[in-house]
Write a protein that binds this ligand. Structure first.
Ligand SMILES: *Cc1c(COP(=O)(O)O)cnc(C)c1O
Length: 410
């Protein structure tokens, strides 16, 4: 989606220096075409199975992006009442919403029940009890699936690995049968599925296939006990290329899942986040200073960890390239923000041919960029722009200083 035309980076047909000129920096820029293509890739790969793609809102919750995915037929995976409100505000339909997360509050459960969501992915027995009670008080039946922890090593960063025994997510595989039996006896829940999500930024398909096998084996065991499920949900987690990662071939994944499901009457839910938006967006930032230290050089830019937290949070790599290719000698430098934390960097030891005032493009910033941003250091949040062909549209205005204290009471 990024093209170099006459030594100038473009998204689709729009030159990035034009975006910076019109909307200032820092700014997130997304390609509508790349978003559409990422969604189609799932639809095409999984077309042999009855599949509902539920975009994981937490990756990027901008209303325009939610609206685009809704128009393509997407459902949504949410982890909070706020995300449900976003989906509804964007015009998404509640009956394609699944609700994940370990800590659903009573208020969130009530909101989701009243909205009529498709399914609660239940992560603990106390949560099951609470959902049943609240559904009872509202005279409703809550559709549920259990999030099972298949105990599979997703071989990813420990902070984003979620399928192992020692983390907080899901119900241990060994306790699944008991959990379903308990649920079967509750008056205000209806068991409809089973769910797992083993981690994020996965670069190998085998752990996903292993998880699918375990989940379908559980479906069979439950069937033998008279508990019939209508869907399996394999979560998200498909990785993207930030640097030189190998990529999961979605058709390999889909074929394996189709084979495991066989002729069982099961539909499939997927919850991709990163792989739908990550490489559809970049963060544009301007060089404020080039600082030559005694041991290190620093390129100080106007974006920081409050805009893009992933490097500081996970030591994540984002490729950083100049918007205009220049014929000057490159320096090796850390690309850092203005925040008063040593952890505030966007990239380390990068070779960059840049000078003060130049624009840099931080790649693969469409997922967990804006959605993880904050106002730390009283920094107003960046703008967001959606490019389509030769058009660029502001989809979130830059915050003002007044936005910073808007919710505060004196
Ligand atoms: C974060 C999350 C996802 C999305 O993960 P990606 O790696 O972005 O695809 C899906 N399901 C659940 C339950 C999650 O927590």
């Amino acid at each position: 989606m990024l093209n170099n035309i006459n030594n100038l980076l473009h998204i689709e047909e729009v030159a990035l220096n034009q975006v910076a000129q019109e909307f200032a920096t820092p700014v997130f820029v997304y390609s509508e075409n790349a978003l559409r293509q990422a969604f189609s890739a799932y639809k095409n790969a999984f077309n042999q199975i009855d599949t509902l793609v539920c975009y994981a809102v937490k990756a990027n919750g901008n209303l325009n992006i939610l609206r685009l995915f809704a128009s393509l037929g997407s459902g949504f995976d949410i982890v909070s009442g706020g995300e449900l409100a976003r989906v509804l505000q964007a015009g998404g339909s509640a009956d394609k919403v699944i609700f994940s997360g370990v800590g659903k509050t009573a208020a969130e459960i009530e909101f989701a029940l009243k909205s009529g969501i498709k399914c609660f992915n239940v992560e603990s027995m106390p949560e099951l009890t609470r959902i049943n009670e609240i559904a009872g008080s509202l005279n409703k039946i809550a559709p549920i699936s259990f999030r099972i922890n298949p105990n599979i090593d997703a071989k990813t960063h420990p902070y984003i690995s979620t399928g192992l025994k020692n983390n907080k997510f899901g119900i241990p595989f060994e306790q699944a049968i008991n959990a379903y039996s308990t649920a079967q006896n509750l008056p205000n829940v209806e068991i409809i599925g089973v769910d797992c999500h083993i981690g994020s930024q996965l670069t190998e398909v085998q752990p996903l296939i292993d998880a699918c096998e375990r989940v379908v084996a559980l479906v069979d065991d439950l069937g033998n006990l008279g508990i019939r499920l209508s869907h399996i949900d394999l979560g998200g987690g498909v990785g993207i290329r930030y640097q030189n990662e190998t990529l999961i071939d979605l058709s390999v994944y889909a074929n394996a899942v189709a084979k495991i499901i066989g002729n069982r009457p099961l539909s499939l839910i997927l919850e991709p986040g990163r792989s739908l938006v990550g490489n559809a967006g970049v963060l544009l930032t301007q060089v404020e200073y080039v600082k030559h230290g005694e041991e290190k050089n620093f390129v100080v830019v106007d974006a920081a960890m409050n805009d893009l937290a992933r490097p500081a949070l996970y030591d994540a790599f984002h490729d950083i390239v100049p918007v205009c290719v220049k014929d000057i000698a490159p320096i090796t430098a850390d690309v850092v923000g203005q925040i008063c934390e040593s952890g505030d960097f966007l990239g380390k030891n990068r070779s960059l041919a840049v000078a003060q005032g130049d624009l840099l493009c931080v790649k693969s910033a469409g997922a967990y960029g804006m959605s993880m941003s904050s106002n730390y250091n009283a920094r107003a949040r960046a703008a967001e722009v959606l490019v389509s062909g030769s058009q660029s549209k502001l989809i979130r205005r830059r915050e003002t200083f007044a936005d910073l204290w808007q919710a505060e009471l004196i």
